[in-house]
Design a protein around this ligand. Structure first.
Ligand code: CP
Length: 319
């Protein structure tokens, strides 16, 4: 069995082998068990520092990495880009070099440009973790989705997973596509034709089906992962109206009633309640949306721990 990742960076699930993905999920399990104990902290990363460098807004991912690092006893630093020297024109690389000069061991970066984490990985000594880059990947979201499905269903193999919404602009969809297909799930993409790439192979050359009718897509589905309508990216012109989007692609009580009794409902958050998902579905017994958030901390602890095994050891006097 694989015991280590091959890299000290996590840039995307495209880069991981199925065995490496399984390793992260297996490593997250004992960290998840820790959450039910009275002391939820372990000394694993004592002496290491984690910089959270978010150029785009975040609630879940930033807080989750912060908590994950603290539960491993690492020091964390949040760079608030809106009040940092980025506003004076400092470049991404100069900001990263500054973090390196301060001996950051990990830089967790979210950036609007695809490939920004890859640039840092080539330029600085710290481990780089992609917390979402443009439309490219959001690997820890993909991993926490896989973990949540595996915990509930036992195995990903041969599960029918539907991903609904804006596939074209979704980094969550891309990481899910790589992770799900590598672990043997069968994936169906569903959404308006304008929001699904005409050439799926250009984003993931694995076997993926496309169905534009949501009622047809969710028939016999084991999992439905609902993507957020990304209003901040001003993509509304790609579908006729929000009302029509909700009617055709919104997950509501009537659709849930026609799905399998034990279908799992996932959403990466933040949700637009009443648009891509109704509240009665989001809060239903089929929904694992809150579990995704909790599991995300354990998965990010596993990622930080496994990447640390590929870093230079911390000198004894620093611990
Ligand atoms: N799922 C996700 O990435 O949420 P945030 O944007 O709140 O981090």
């Amino acid at each position: 069995m694989t015991k280590r990742l091959r890299s000290k960076h996590l840039l995307g699930l495209e880069d991981l082998t199925p065995a490496e993905i399984e390793l992260v999920l297996d490593t997250a399990r004992p960290f998840r068990d820790l959450f039910t104990r009275s002391v939820r902290k372990v000394p694993t990363l004592r002496g290491r520092s984690v910089v959270l460098l978010f150029y785009e807004n975040s609630t879940r991912t930033r807080t989750s990495f912060d908590l994950a690092a603290k539960r491993l006893s690492a020091d964390t630093v949040n760079i608030a880009v809106a009040t940092s020297s980025v506003q004076k024109g400092e470049s991404l690389l100069d900001t990263a070099f500054t973090m390196e000069a301060m001996k950051a061991d990990f830089i967790v970066i979210r950036h609007a440009h695809s490939g920004a984490p890859h640039l840092l990985a080539r330029s600085v000594n710290a481990s780089i973790i992609n917390a979402g880059d443009g439309f490219h990947e959001h690997p820890t979201q993909g991993l926490l989705d896989l973990y949540t499905i595996r915990e509930r269903k036992g195995d990903l193999k041969n599960l029918k997973v539907v991903i609904v919404g804006d596939i074209l602009h979704s980094r969550v969809a891309r990481s899910n596509l790589w992770g799900l297909t590598k672990l043997g799930a069968s994936v169906i993409l569903c959404g308006p034709p304008t929001l699904i790439p005409t050439d799926i192979a250009s984003i993931c050359p694995r076997r993926i089906d496309v169905v534009h009718n949501l009622d047809e897509a969710i028939r016999n589905a084991d999992v439905v992962n609902i993507l957020r309508v990304q209003f901040e990216r001003q993509l509304e012109h790609l579908f006729p109206s929000i009302r029509e989007y909700s009617l055709l692609y919104g997950m509501n009580r009537e659709r849930l009633a026609r799905a399998k009794d034990d279908v799992l409902i996932l959403h990466p958050g933040p949700m637009n309640r009443g648009i891509e998902i109704t509240s009665d579905v989001a809060d239903s017994v089929n929904s694992v949306i809150n579990e995704q958030v909790t599991n995300g901390i354990a998965v990010r602890m596993a990622v930080l721990y496994l990447l640390s095994l590929n870093q230079d050891p911390v000198p004894a006097e620093e611990t």
